[in-house]
Design a protein around this ligand. Structure first.
Ligand code: COA
Length: 477
């Protein structure tokens, strides 16, 4: 018995000593993590197992449609906890747009909202406002791309947010920056037109053209993500949040900057690398549409390949880069062009580009685009096959790198999405399906915001997180 007592005492004193040791170690921990220069010591964990780049960053995601969701999906891919706030019963309008599977969220929605959590809150309901206040205190960044003035009408002004959480970064996409059009609603193609892309896309003798790549929406979302990450970095120094604004017009113009370059070059003479120059057609006062001319200093064009008569994508982009001109001449059976003064040097070729590309096309039409790719790349001639979306969806190498990912969804089954196009060796993206509407409402209320079960029950009956009419789900276009 006595032994037992002694034993117990021993155990007790042992555990006391252990606790002391742990406390001592804990106290020492921060110092041990720092190197001599005051920076954190490199992690000893294997690459990919030391957390993700944006782990610990909480995003209050008020975004909808495409521009904002592109931004927050990328942040989520990088490890941020993205809490998407949606209107009860309705949600992001894209859930119901371009539906391909009855009763299931559309691909438009699911491909832009992976790795996020969804909470439904009526932002105009008093209880909803209270929940939002807690979320504002809880999160690091608020992202929104409402129409101008919408956030203010919800009562979520910059002044209110900054007072509630001075560390919060408020990031917005709008169609236009301050100026005559700042109050306008804007969609993708409007931005492409207003940002200078459409006037410089298409063929000279045709109307302006929009491009399929969503440079207005997704392009601006990308710019906004860059702004957010920069603001988070600055906050480490300043301790305060800031407003981040990216106007879609500005985002498109940033991507079309080579055309503003050409606009200024026009003042000093014709744009000699444009096919129109070789054809003897004078330039007007503004940068013209350049068809498939290369935007750089190396002339290029899209050429037909074997099978073009039946396959709309049997084409290749061919660049007549100066250093490989000799190799091109040999391939197409024109070795004399290597020394012919009309063809040997790049300036001599400029007025003859149409004829040159027609001649190269006679050769490419005898091969498939993949054969041209193999033959040309073997001798360093840069070419690009025109890949259809079908070919891209089926391309094994894109699956292998996680650029194209198949995910499973409880309502629609398997679908393809685009994974993280940015690959990082220590922040590896695992792509998860988009959330169902309000799927994480209770989880977020309880675990993140600390509401008790009784409070959640009260919130549920208040109408702040549920649709006013049962089943009133918007079935949009
Ligand atoms: N609870 C209650 N109301 C909500 C809500 C919520 N959780 N979420 C949205 N709403 C309300 C808004 O308060 C707004 O109501 P109000 O106008 O009465 O104040 C309403 O829903 C519509 O929001 P809004 O953003 O104005 O959508 P819209 O359909 O009128 O316009 C766009 C859509 C895309 C044209 C517009 O949002 C816009 O121009 N955005 C900026 C540019 C942009 O991002 N464009 C590209 C989109 S990919």
């Amino acid at each position: 018995m006595a032994k037992k007592v002694t034993g117990k005492t021993k155990v007790k004193s042992k555990s006391k000593a252990a606790a002391k040791k742990v406390a001592k170690l804990k106290a020492k921990k921060p110092a041990a993590k720092k190197a001599a220069n005051g920076l954190p010591k490199p992690s000893t964990k294997p690459y990919g197992q030391a957390g993700k780049a944006l782990e610990g960053v909480r995003i209050l995601d008020f975004s909808h449609v495409q521009a904002g969701p592109t931004c927050t999906q990328l942040l989520a891919y990088m490890g941020a906890d993205v809490i998407k706030v949606e209107r009860p019963g309705v949600g992001d309008i894209t859930r119901g747009q371009l539906r391909d599977v009855k009763g299931a969220d559309s691909l438009y929605f699911t491909m832009l909202n992976g790795n996020k959590r969804s909470i439904t809150i009526d932002s105009k309901h008093p209880k909803g406002k209270e929940i939002l206040e807690r979320l504002i205190k809880h999160c690091d960044v608020l992202v929104e791309n409402f129409a101008p003035g919408t956030l203010d009408r919800m009562g979520l002004t910059w002044e209110y947010i900054h007072k509630t959480n001075p560390r919060m970064i408020v990031a917005s996409v709008k169609g236009f920056g301050p100026g005559p059009y700042e109050d306008c609603k804007v969609y993708e193609n409007i931005a492409q037109c207003a940002g200078g892309a459409a006037s410089t896309t298409g063929f000279r003798d045709g109307p302006p053209l929009v491009t399929g790549a969503q440079i207005g929406d997704s392009g601006t979302g990308l710019h906004l993500a860059f702004g957010i990450v920069s603001a988070l970095y600055q906050r480490i120094r300043t301790g305060r949040g800031q407003r981040v604004l990216c106007a879609m017009q500005d985002g498109v113009l940033n991507l079309a900057r080579v055309k503003l370059r050409d606009q200024q070059r026009l003042a000093h003479g014709p744009l000699t690398e444009y096919g129109q120059h070789g054809e003897g057609i004078p330039f007007g006062p503004a940068v013209p549409r350049a068809g498939n001319d290369s935007g750089g200093g190396q002339p290029g064009w899209i050429l037909k390949c074997k099978g073009w008569e039946n396959d709309p994508d049997a084409y290749i982009y061919f660049i007549t880069q100066a250093p490989v001109w000799g190799a091109i001449c040999d391939l197409i059976g024109k070795p004399d062009w290597k020394t012919d003064p009309d063809y040997a040097a790049p300036p001599a070729r400029l007025p003859r580009l149409r004829h040159i590309f027609n001649t190269i096309e006679q050769w490419t039409m005898t091969k498939t685009k993949f054969e041209v790719m193999d033959i040309c790349n073997a001798v360093d001639i840069p070419v690009g096959p025109i890949l259809s979306m079908k070919e891209i969806a089926e391309e094994p190498s894109l699956r292998k790198t996680g650029t194209v990912v198949e995910v499973d969804h409880p309502k629609r089954g398997k679908y393809l999405t685009v994974g993280n196009p940015v690959k990082m060796s220590d922040s590896i993206t695992d792509v998860r399906r988009a959330p169902l509407l309000g799927e994480h409402t209770e989880e977020i209320l309880a675990k993140e915001l600390g509401y008790s079960a009784a409070e959640i029950a009260e919130i549920k009956t208040s109408g702040a997180i549920t649709a006013p009419e049962k089943g009133a789900r918007a079935e949009a276009a």
